[in-house]
Design a protein around this ligand. Structure first.
Ligand SMILES: *Cc1c(COP(=O)(O)O)cnc(C)c1O
Length: 355
Protein backbone atom coordinates (compact mmCIF):
# COMPACT_ATOMS: atom_id res chain seq x y z
CA UNK A 1 0.00 0.00 0.00
CA UNK A 2 1.16 3.50 -0.72
CA UNK A 3 1.33 6.16 1.96
CA UNK A 4 -1.77 8.35 1.99
CA UNK A 5 0.19 11.23 0.48
CA UNK A 6 0.59 9.21 -2.68
CA UNK A 7 -3.15 8.98 -3.13
CA UNK A 8 -3.70 12.72 -3.29
CA UNK A 9 -2.82 13.32 -6.94
CA UNK A 10 -5.75 14.83 -8.78
CA UNK A 11 -4.82 13.89 -12.33
CA UNK A 12 -4.90 10.18 -13.25
CA UNK A 13 -6.23 9.23 -9.85
CA UNK A 14 -7.62 5.73 -10.25
CA UNK A 15 -7.30 4.73 -6.59
CA UNK A 16 -11.01 4.47 -5.88
CA UNK A 17 -14.32 5.99 -6.85
CA UNK A 18 -14.57 7.39 -3.33
CA UNK A 19 -11.53 9.51 -4.10
CA UNK A 20 -13.77 11.56 -6.38
CA UNK A 21 -15.64 14.53 -5.06
CA UNK A 22 -19.35 15.23 -5.03
CA UNK A 23 -21.37 15.75 -8.20
CA UNK A 24 -22.12 19.48 -8.61
CA UNK A 25 -25.87 18.75 -8.80
CA UNK A 26 -25.70 17.04 -5.41
CA UNK A 27 -23.61 19.85 -3.92
CA UNK A 28 -26.26 22.34 -5.09
CA UNK A 29 -29.01 20.21 -3.59
CA UNK A 30 -27.17 20.22 -0.26
CA UNK A 31 -26.85 23.99 -0.40
CA UNK A 32 -30.57 24.31 -1.21
CA UNK A 33 -31.48 22.01 1.69
CA UNK A 34 -29.37 24.22 3.93
CA UNK A 35 -31.72 27.13 3.39
CA UNK A 36 -34.07 27.38 6.34
CA UNK A 37 -35.32 24.80 8.80
CA UNK A 38 -36.66 21.27 8.40
CA UNK A 39 -37.75 18.53 10.81
CA UNK A 40 -34.98 16.27 12.11
CA UNK A 41 -34.49 12.50 12.02
CA UNK A 42 -35.54 11.84 8.46
CA UNK A 43 -39.16 12.98 8.56
CA UNK A 44 -38.37 15.92 6.29
CA UNK A 45 -39.62 16.54 2.76
CA UNK A 46 -36.26 15.78 1.11
CA UNK A 47 -36.11 12.33 2.64
CA UNK A 48 -39.77 11.79 1.77
CA UNK A 49 -39.05 12.71 -1.82
CA UNK A 50 -36.03 10.38 -1.96
CA UNK A 51 -38.09 7.47 -0.61
CA UNK A 52 -40.96 8.09 -3.03
CA UNK A 53 -38.54 8.31 -5.91
CA UNK A 54 -36.92 5.00 -4.90
CA UNK A 55 -40.33 3.33 -4.97
CA UNK A 56 -40.84 4.70 -8.47
CA UNK A 57 -37.38 3.60 -9.57
CA UNK A 58 -38.03 0.07 -8.31
CA UNK A 59 -41.67 -0.01 -9.52
CA UNK A 60 -42.73 -1.20 -6.07
CA UNK A 61 -43.49 0.27 -2.66
CA UNK A 62 -40.15 -0.32 -1.02
CA UNK A 63 -39.13 0.39 2.57
CA UNK A 64 -36.17 2.75 2.60
CA UNK A 65 -33.75 3.59 5.43
CA UNK A 66 -31.07 6.11 4.55
CA UNK A 67 -27.71 5.69 6.28
CA UNK A 68 -24.30 7.31 5.98
CA UNK A 69 -22.10 4.36 5.00
CA UNK A 70 -22.22 1.21 2.96
CA UNK A 71 -20.94 -0.79 5.90
CA UNK A 72 -23.96 0.33 7.92
CA UNK A 73 -26.34 -0.51 5.08
CA UNK A 74 -24.87 -3.99 4.73
CA UNK A 75 -24.71 -4.70 8.45
CA UNK A 76 -28.31 -3.57 9.00
CA UNK A 77 -29.60 -5.49 6.01
CA UNK A 78 -27.84 -8.68 7.03
CA UNK A 79 -29.02 -8.31 10.62
CA UNK A 80 -32.60 -7.92 9.35
CA UNK A 81 -32.52 -11.33 7.65
CA UNK A 82 -30.47 -13.44 10.07
CA UNK A 83 -30.80 -14.72 13.62
CA UNK A 84 -27.79 -14.78 15.98
CA UNK A 85 -27.39 -18.54 15.48
CA UNK A 86 -27.60 -18.11 11.73
CA UNK A 87 -25.07 -17.89 8.95
CA UNK A 88 -24.77 -16.23 5.55
CA UNK A 89 -22.95 -17.45 2.47
CA UNK A 90 -20.73 -14.78 0.94
CA UNK A 91 -17.94 -14.77 -1.62
CA UNK A 92 -14.51 -14.97 -0.02
CA UNK A 93 -13.67 -11.55 -1.53
CA UNK A 94 -16.93 -9.94 -0.38
CA UNK A 95 -16.65 -6.51 1.19
CA UNK A 96 -18.90 -7.68 4.05
CA UNK A 97 -16.33 -10.38 4.79
CA UNK A 98 -13.02 -8.64 4.19
CA UNK A 99 -13.57 -4.90 4.54
CA UNK A 100 -16.10 -4.15 7.24
CA UNK A 101 -14.12 -5.00 10.36
CA UNK A 102 -16.72 -7.55 11.44
CA UNK A 103 -19.60 -5.04 11.42
CA UNK A 104 -22.08 -7.55 9.93
CA UNK A 105 -21.25 -10.16 12.59
CA UNK A 106 -21.45 -7.47 15.29
CA UNK A 107 -24.87 -6.24 14.13
CA UNK A 108 -26.11 -9.80 13.66
CA UNK A 109 -25.18 -10.55 17.28
CA UNK A 110 -22.77 -13.28 16.32
CA UNK A 111 -24.19 -14.89 13.20
CA UNK A 112 -21.40 -16.13 10.93
CA UNK A 113 -20.39 -15.20 7.43
CA UNK A 114 -19.40 -18.35 5.56
CA UNK A 115 -17.01 -17.46 2.71
CA UNK A 116 -17.10 -19.50 -0.51
CA UNK A 117 -14.86 -19.47 -3.56
CA UNK A 118 -15.86 -18.64 -7.12
CA UNK A 119 -14.24 -17.25 -10.28
CA UNK A 120 -14.17 -13.50 -10.83
CA UNK A 121 -15.77 -12.65 -7.49
CA UNK A 122 -19.02 -14.49 -8.15
CA UNK A 123 -20.95 -17.00 -6.09
CA UNK A 124 -22.45 -19.89 -8.01
CA UNK A 125 -25.32 -22.27 -7.21
CA UNK A 126 -22.73 -25.10 -7.20
CA UNK A 127 -20.65 -23.35 -4.54
CA UNK A 128 -23.75 -22.70 -2.43
CA UNK A 129 -24.83 -26.33 -2.74
CA UNK A 130 -21.38 -27.51 -1.70
CA UNK A 131 -21.47 -25.07 1.17
CA UNK A 132 -24.81 -26.41 2.31
CA UNK A 133 -23.44 -29.96 2.16
CA UNK A 134 -20.81 -28.92 4.69
CA UNK A 135 -23.34 -27.66 7.24
CA UNK A 136 -26.19 -30.12 7.64
CA UNK A 137 -29.15 -27.88 8.33
CA UNK A 138 -31.36 -28.58 11.31
CA UNK A 139 -28.45 -30.15 13.19
CA UNK A 140 -28.01 -28.30 16.45
CA UNK A 141 -24.21 -28.23 16.21
CA UNK A 142 -24.02 -26.25 12.95
CA UNK A 143 -24.66 -22.60 12.21
CA UNK A 144 -28.03 -22.42 10.47
CA UNK A 145 -27.63 -20.90 7.02
CA UNK A 146 -30.30 -18.26 6.56
CA UNK A 147 -29.13 -16.09 3.68
CA UNK A 148 -26.87 -15.48 0.72
CA UNK A 149 -25.18 -12.13 0.17
CA UNK A 150 -23.89 -11.16 -3.25
CA UNK A 151 -22.08 -8.01 -4.39
CA UNK A 152 -23.32 -6.28 -7.53
CA UNK A 153 -20.80 -5.03 -8.88
CA UNK A 154 -18.54 -7.76 -7.44
CA UNK A 155 -15.21 -7.04 -5.78
CA UNK A 156 -13.55 -8.24 -9.02
CA UNK A 157 -15.38 -5.66 -11.11
CA UNK A 158 -17.68 -8.21 -12.70
CA UNK A 159 -21.46 -8.06 -12.88
CA UNK A 160 -23.93 -10.89 -12.23
CA UNK A 161 -26.37 -11.29 -15.10
CA UNK A 162 -30.06 -11.31 -14.22
CA UNK A 163 -30.09 -15.04 -15.04
CA UNK A 164 -27.24 -15.63 -12.57
CA UNK A 165 -29.09 -13.74 -9.84
CA UNK A 166 -32.23 -15.73 -10.61
CA UNK A 167 -30.33 -19.00 -10.37
CA UNK A 168 -29.00 -18.04 -6.93
CA UNK A 169 -32.40 -16.87 -5.76
CA UNK A 170 -34.09 -20.06 -6.97
CA UNK A 171 -31.65 -22.05 -4.86
CA UNK A 172 -32.16 -19.64 -1.98
CA UNK A 173 -35.93 -20.16 -2.12
CA UNK A 174 -35.50 -23.91 -2.26
CA UNK A 175 -33.55 -23.79 1.02
CA UNK A 176 -35.58 -20.97 2.62
CA UNK A 177 -32.64 -18.57 2.47
CA UNK A 178 -32.94 -14.82 2.06
CA UNK A 179 -31.01 -13.00 -0.65
CA UNK A 180 -29.08 -9.78 0.04
CA UNK A 181 -27.43 -7.63 -2.61
CA UNK A 182 -24.53 -5.34 -1.71
CA UNK A 183 -25.07 -2.65 -4.30
CA UNK A 184 -22.31 -0.24 -3.33
CA UNK A 185 -21.87 0.12 -7.10
CA UNK A 186 -25.50 -0.65 -7.98
CA UNK A 187 -25.76 1.97 -10.74
CA UNK A 188 -22.59 0.76 -12.45
CA UNK A 189 -23.98 -2.78 -12.56
CA UNK A 190 -27.39 -1.60 -13.70
CA UNK A 191 -26.19 0.40 -16.69
CA UNK A 192 -23.80 -2.41 -17.54
CA UNK A 193 -26.70 -4.87 -17.81
CA UNK A 194 -29.10 -2.37 -19.33
CA UNK A 195 -32.03 -3.80 -17.37
CA UNK A 196 -34.40 -2.09 -14.94
CA UNK A 197 -33.66 -1.73 -11.20
CA UNK A 198 -36.59 -4.03 -10.46
CA UNK A 199 -35.33 -6.68 -12.87
CA UNK A 200 -31.91 -6.72 -11.21
CA UNK A 201 -33.40 -7.04 -7.71
CA UNK A 202 -36.84 -8.07 -6.43
CA UNK A 203 -38.08 -9.45 -9.72
CA UNK A 204 -35.01 -11.72 -9.67
CA UNK A 205 -35.61 -12.69 -6.03
CA UNK A 206 -33.50 -10.19 -4.07
CA UNK A 207 -35.05 -9.54 -0.63
CA UNK A 208 -32.91 -6.70 0.69
CA UNK A 209 -30.56 -4.31 -1.06
CA UNK A 210 -27.77 -1.98 0.04
CA UNK A 211 -28.20 0.77 -2.53
CA UNK A 212 -24.99 2.77 -2.87
CA UNK A 213 -24.72 6.39 -3.93
CA UNK A 214 -21.50 7.64 -2.31
CA UNK A 215 -19.06 6.05 -4.76
CA UNK A 216 -21.11 7.26 -7.70
CA UNK A 217 -21.13 10.97 -6.87
CA UNK A 218 -22.92 11.54 -3.56
CA UNK A 219 -21.16 13.00 -0.54
CA UNK A 220 -22.20 10.18 1.74
CA UNK A 221 -25.56 8.42 1.56
CA UNK A 222 -26.61 4.83 1.05
CA UNK A 223 -30.03 3.23 1.33
CA UNK A 224 -31.17 0.09 3.05
CA UNK A 225 -33.95 -1.03 0.70
CA UNK A 226 -36.33 -3.77 1.75
CA UNK A 227 -38.55 -5.32 -0.90
CA UNK A 228 -40.50 -7.58 1.46
CA UNK A 229 -42.36 -5.37 3.91
CA UNK A 230 -42.36 -8.11 6.51
CA UNK A 231 -38.59 -7.75 6.88
CA UNK A 232 -38.69 -4.01 7.57
CA UNK A 233 -40.54 -3.77 10.86
CA UNK A 234 -37.50 -3.83 13.17
CA UNK A 235 -35.25 -1.71 10.96
CA UNK A 236 -36.31 1.72 12.30
CA UNK A 237 -35.13 0.64 15.74
CA UNK A 238 -32.05 -1.14 14.46
CA UNK A 239 -30.97 1.94 12.53
CA UNK A 240 -31.45 4.20 15.54
CA UNK A 241 -29.62 1.77 17.81
CA UNK A 242 -26.71 1.63 15.38
CA UNK A 243 -26.34 5.40 15.46
CA UNK A 244 -27.36 5.74 11.83
CA UNK A 245 -30.54 7.80 12.28
CA UNK A 246 -29.05 11.16 11.46
CA UNK A 247 -30.24 14.14 13.42
CA UNK A 248 -30.08 16.40 10.36
CA UNK A 249 -31.33 13.62 8.15
CA UNK A 250 -32.49 16.02 5.47
CA UNK A 251 -28.95 16.18 4.17
CA UNK A 252 -29.08 12.46 3.40
CA UNK A 253 -32.50 12.85 1.79
CA UNK A 254 -31.40 15.84 -0.30
CA UNK A 255 -28.41 13.93 -1.62
CA UNK A 256 -30.43 10.87 -2.55
CA UNK A 257 -33.23 12.90 -4.15
CA UNK A 258 -30.72 14.83 -6.29
CA UNK A 259 -28.86 11.61 -7.13
CA UNK A 260 -32.03 10.11 -8.59
CA UNK A 261 -33.32 13.24 -10.31
CA UNK A 262 -33.24 13.35 -14.10
CA UNK A 263 -31.31 10.06 -14.20
CA UNK A 264 -28.18 11.76 -12.82
CA UNK A 265 -27.15 8.48 -11.14
CA UNK A 266 -27.43 6.55 -14.40
CA UNK A 267 -25.56 9.19 -16.39
CA UNK A 268 -22.71 9.23 -13.88
CA UNK A 269 -22.42 5.44 -13.83
CA UNK A 270 -22.58 5.26 -17.63
CA UNK A 271 -19.70 7.71 -17.83
CA UNK A 272 -17.63 5.85 -15.23
CA UNK A 273 -18.16 2.54 -17.03
CA UNK A 274 -17.26 4.10 -20.37
CA UNK A 275 -13.99 5.41 -18.95
CA UNK A 276 -13.22 1.93 -17.62
CA UNK A 277 -13.98 0.39 -21.02
CA UNK A 278 -11.61 2.88 -22.69
CA UNK A 279 -8.88 1.95 -20.22
CA UNK A 280 -9.56 -1.75 -20.77
CA UNK A 281 -9.31 -1.43 -24.55
CA UNK A 282 -5.98 0.36 -24.20
CA UNK A 283 -4.56 -2.06 -21.64
CA UNK A 284 -5.62 -5.01 -23.80
CA UNK A 285 -3.37 -3.67 -26.55
CA UNK A 286 -0.32 -3.25 -24.27
CA UNK A 287 2.22 -6.01 -24.90
CA UNK A 288 2.82 -7.96 -21.69
CA UNK A 289 -0.24 -6.61 -19.89
CA UNK A 290 -3.39 -8.57 -19.19
CA UNK A 291 -6.71 -8.14 -17.40
CA UNK A 292 -7.32 -10.59 -14.58
CA UNK A 293 -11.08 -10.22 -14.71
CA UNK A 294 -13.53 -9.16 -17.42
CA UNK A 295 -14.17 -5.41 -17.22
CA UNK A 296 -17.92 -5.01 -16.90
CA UNK A 297 -18.33 -1.85 -14.83
CA UNK A 298 -15.91 0.76 -13.44
CA UNK A 299 -13.13 -1.33 -11.92
CA UNK A 300 -10.16 -2.91 -13.70
CA UNK A 301 -7.69 -5.45 -12.37
CA UNK A 302 -4.78 -5.49 -14.80
CA UNK A 303 -1.36 -7.02 -14.43
CA UNK A 304 1.11 -4.48 -15.78
CA UNK A 305 4.72 -5.08 -16.79
CA UNK A 306 7.03 -3.66 -14.12
CA UNK A 307 8.39 -0.98 -16.47
CA UNK A 308 4.87 0.25 -17.22
CA UNK A 309 3.95 0.39 -13.55
CA UNK A 310 7.13 2.31 -12.77
CA UNK A 311 6.58 4.84 -15.54
CA UNK A 312 2.97 5.42 -14.49
CA UNK A 313 3.83 5.94 -10.83
CA UNK A 314 6.71 8.25 -11.76
CA UNK A 315 4.32 10.28 -13.91
CA UNK A 316 2.00 10.70 -10.92
CA UNK A 317 -0.69 8.14 -11.71
CA UNK A 318 -2.42 6.94 -8.55
CA UNK A 319 -3.80 3.46 -7.97
CA UNK A 320 -3.51 0.57 -5.54
CA UNK A 321 -1.31 -2.44 -6.04
CA UNK A 322 -3.56 -5.50 -5.67
CA UNK A 323 -2.85 -9.21 -5.28
CA UNK A 324 0.53 -10.67 -6.20
CA UNK A 325 1.00 -12.14 -9.66
CA UNK A 326 4.16 -13.75 -11.04
CA UNK A 327 4.18 -11.97 -14.40
CA UNK A 328 4.07 -8.32 -13.38
CA UNK A 329 2.43 -5.89 -11.00
CA UNK A 330 -1.23 -6.62 -10.33
CA UNK A 331 -3.13 -3.41 -9.65
CA UNK A 332 -6.64 -2.09 -9.31
CA UNK A 333 -7.89 0.87 -11.31
CA UNK A 334 -11.24 2.49 -10.56
CA UNK A 335 -12.98 5.12 -12.67
CA UNK A 336 -15.77 7.42 -11.57
CA UNK A 337 -18.24 10.03 -12.75
CA UNK A 338 -15.43 12.58 -12.65
CA UNK A 339 -12.78 10.63 -14.56
CA UNK A 340 -11.94 12.42 -17.80
CA UNK A 341 -11.04 11.03 -21.20
CA UNK A 342 -7.88 13.12 -21.02
CA UNK A 343 -6.75 11.23 -17.91
CA UNK A 344 -7.41 7.90 -19.57
CA UNK A 345 -5.51 8.94 -22.70
CA UNK A 346 -2.56 10.25 -20.68
CA UNK A 347 -2.44 7.02 -18.66
CA UNK A 348 -2.44 4.85 -21.77
CA UNK A 349 0.09 6.99 -23.56
CA UNK A 350 2.55 6.82 -20.63
CA UNK A 351 1.97 3.08 -20.39
CA UNK A 352 2.52 2.64 -24.11
CA UNK A 353 5.76 4.59 -24.23
CA UNK A 354 7.22 2.69 -21.27
CA UNK A 355 7.53 -0.44 -23.39
C1 LIG B 1 -17.25 0.64 -0.77
C2 LIG B 1 -18.02 -0.59 -0.63
C3 LIG B 1 -18.99 -0.72 0.39
C4 LIG B 1 -19.30 0.37 1.41
O1 LIG B 1 -18.23 0.84 2.10
P1 LIG B 1 -18.27 2.05 3.14
O2 LIG B 1 -16.86 2.49 3.16
O3 LIG B 1 -18.72 1.51 4.43
O4 LIG B 1 -19.20 3.09 2.63
C5 LIG B 1 -19.72 -1.89 0.45
N1 LIG B 1 -19.53 -2.87 -0.46
C6 LIG B 1 -18.64 -2.77 -1.46
C7 LIG B 1 -18.53 -3.88 -2.45
C8 LIG B 1 -17.85 -1.64 -1.57
O5 LIG B 1 -16.96 -1.55 -2.55
Amino acid sequence: MYAAGRLRGKFMNFASDNGSGVAPEIMSALAAANDGAAPGYGVDAYTGQACDRLSEVFEKDVSVFLVATGTAANALNLAAITQPHGAIFVHECAHVHTDECGAPEFFMHGAKLLPLGGDHGKLTPEAIEQGLDGFAQGVVHHPQVQAISLSQVTECGTVYSVAEIEALSALAKEHSLRLHMDGARFANALVSLGCSPGEMTWKAGVDVLSFGATKNGAMGVEAVIVFDEGLASDLPFMRKRSGQLLSKGRFLGAQMAAYLEDDLWLDMATHANRMAALLATGIDKLPGARLRHPVQANQLFPVLPKSVHKALITAGAVYYPWEREPDGVAVRLVTSFSTTEKEVEAFLSIAGSAL
